[in-house]
Design a protein around this ligand. Sequence first.
Ligand SMILES: [Zn+2]
Length: 255
Amino acid sequence: MTAQIDLFLCLKDNFGVLLHDAQSGATAAIDAPEAAPIEAALQETGWRLSDILVTHHHADHTQGIGELKQRHQCRVVAPRNEAKRIAHVDETVGEGDSVQVGGLEGRVIDTPGHTAGHISYFFPADKLAFVGDTLFSIGCGRVIEGNPEMMWNSLLKLRGLPDDTRFYCGHEYTQANIRFAETIEPNNKSLAARADEVAKLIAAHKFSIPATIGAEKAANPFLRADDAEMAKSLGLGGKPAWQVFAEIRERKNRF
Ligand SMILES: [Zn+2]
């Protein structure tokens, strides 16, 4: 495996992620929530910032771009469908486009719903996915600009990635997500196991991610909206999966 990752916190609970190609020396920041912690991570690793890969336009994912670009002259890659709402963009991408970070090759997946133009990045050789605010561990982003059906279809695309894909999301929300998920599927053993694992990680001052797509499929209620038992338990037996998803999302909004 050639890709290296550095994971750290920005702002209150945003994840900062650096993706590094040791061979070429290229390094991408996934989003830029805050310049200072990203600078500190670059200092600590000795990596040189070559690219910023933006998932969506929200300020807590983009407000560090200007400062980082000025200092490092890095390339800024952003979602085509909302690039107008992001400053300092050099290149716009959408579904199926490839993105190089040195020798690492990523593929763009359109994952709208949280925002209308949200994208995710998948690096197949290293089985790494950067999913912004679409998928969280044991949760998913709020449906702000899209609709539930759109968001469900985006989650299905991410769920379809190889089971051993490690994904990095935009926020450390996992423990709060678990508390909610336990109200939806109190008897889910995979969820109970994940709850134990995360409690230990957080107690040891470690992060709850990356998680794998395979483990997430078994424990994250938002990826399980097409499970017949789940639909029945929510009083939605026989309804389309996106409606079950919408109900779970609605309950989370009120939780
Ligand atoms: Zn967001």
